[in-house]
Design a protein around this ligand. Structure first.
Ligand SMILES: [Zn+2]
Length: 62
């Protein structure tokens, strides 16, 4: 299984669909990634829900 994958998410600021590079070999993580469309900082959370990896994105200012 490849550890690095691209996940499509919707930017919480501009609503555009963007591809985030996700490395699940590092385990659960929180980081900030700039949107490739509007360049605003998206808070990305990768968590294991017992069955599969879940990727959540939210605005940094909430
Ligand atoms: Zn955006």
């Amino acid at each position: 299984m490849s550890a690095i994958d691209y996940q499509r998410v919707q930017c919480p600021y501009c609503g555009e669909a963007i591809a985030l590079q996700v490395d699940d070999s590092a385990g659960e993580q929180d980081y900030v990634e700039d949107c490739s469309v509007c360049c605003r900082p998206i808070e990305v959370r990768l968590c294991w829900d017992g069955d599969c990896w879940r990727l959540e994105v939210r605005r940094d200012d909430e």
